[in-house]
Design a protein around this ligand. Structure first.
Ligand code: 13P
Length: 345
């Protein structure tokens, strides 16, 4: 393990004003996204869509890295250039999702465990050869009556740490993603409690399994009210509770926290990230507080594209705009007026 290299990559991924595009939707998820715009999910269409995002002019000003899916890291663009090279030529770092998804956890109704450890070290070596410099593994924690259970949290945290240790052995920076879902009508305090329990166990397991914290990134949920809660917390409270939670649970040696958008609307994800960074500027925080958004960056370009080549420029404009405003939020410099500046991009 080359810790110098790992921490250099981790720091580059959270460079000032920049964050990560999560474009690693699995085949099932991207099909659902394409269904929502009436586009067929073929290999070529998925390539065209992602290539369009990756070739968006100027996007490297705000995007440091892209998380790819297995199919994409092997794909070439329409002109035969490997997509990893399309990104590298702009200084964007390629990463790869390496888990194989959340499966029902035996004996724990309503809960899941993320699979994908078998044969992982061989796959990591191959991904490194294909140009990946970082990896991602997503564990899913659900809030509901009587859950999350300690059993679910422990099993997922153990697997996350196994993944992280194996990634570092391959000199790939692990993005450790324990996502407490926002699905449900729970309060922000229930989310705070579940997120604290989860992060406590994740960092216990990471330490136990000898993961070098200087060479990871944490990808957590923000501390939020449930999506269908009656009285959802405002950005100020989200920021306060998110920073309090992270300060209690995340060691200062972790270089960066890259939030997922998790089903928030794109503007909600931007406003909350901005509030978190403004709060951090006020009370101090030892880590970079950035983003690794899927839907938060892609909802607008996906809709603008609608599966049609002739909409490419409009979709790229929408993507550049979301990257720009999210890059501003990542520094606590977002203003709602920026949303009206799309036309001039
Ligand atoms: P969302 O930002 O859409 O939650 O996706 C991030 C991600 O990579 C989930 O694993």
């Amino acid at each position: 393990m080359d810790i110098q290299k790992l921490s250099g990559t981790a720091q580059a991924l959270v460079a000032s004003g920049k964050g990560i595009l999560a474009a690693d939707e699995s085949s099932g998820t991207i099909k659902r996204r394409f269904d929502s715009i009436g586009a067929e999910s073929t290999e070529e269409k998925r390539r065209d869509y992602r290539e369009m995002l990756f070739r968006t002019g100027g996007v490297a000003e705000h995007i440091s890295g892209v998380i790819l899916f297995d199919e994409t890291i092997r794909q070439k663009g329409a002109d035969g250039t490997r997509l990893v090279k399309v990104l590298a030529d702009q200084g964007i770092i390629s990463g790869i999702k390496v888990d194989s998804g959340a499966k029902p956890l035996p004996g724990a109704p309503g809960e899941t465990v993320t699979e994908g450890l078998d044969g992982l070290s061989e796959r990591l070596a191959e991904y490194a050869k294909l140009g990946a410099r970082f990896t991602k593994w997503r564990a899913v924690i659900t809030i509901g009556p009587g859950i999350p259970s300690p059993y679910c949290i422990n099993t997922n945290a153990h697997a996350l740490a196994r993944f992280a240790a194996l990634s570092q052995e391959a000199n790939l920076v692990p993005i450790v993603e324990p996502e407490v879902l926002m699905d449900g009508d729970h309060t922000i305090d229930q989310c705070l409690e579940a997120t604290e329990s989860t992060l406590r166990e994740v960092f216990y397991q990471l330490g136990h399994q000898r993961v070098a914290l200087e060479g990871i990134l944490l990808k957590p949920n923000m501390v939020l009210s449930g999506a269908s809660a009656a009285d959802r917390a405002e950005p100020g409270e989200v920021a306060e509770k998110t920073i309090d939670c992270l300060k209690r649970m995340v060691p200062a040696s972790v270089p960066g926290v890259v939030f997922l958008s998790g089903g928030q609307s794109d503007t909600e994800a931007t406003v909350n990230l901005d509030a978190i960074n403004r709060r951090a500027a006020l009370v101090g925080a030892p880590w970079q507080l950035s983003f690794s958004y899927g839907r938060g960056l892609q909802a607008a370009p996906l809709k603008a594209w609608a599966g049609r080549a002739e909409n490419m420029k409009q979709a790229q404009r929408a993507f550049y705009h979301r990257a720009r405003v999210t890059g501003a939020a990542r520094q606590g410099l977002y203003t709602p007026e920026m949303e009206g500046e799309l036309a001039s991009v």
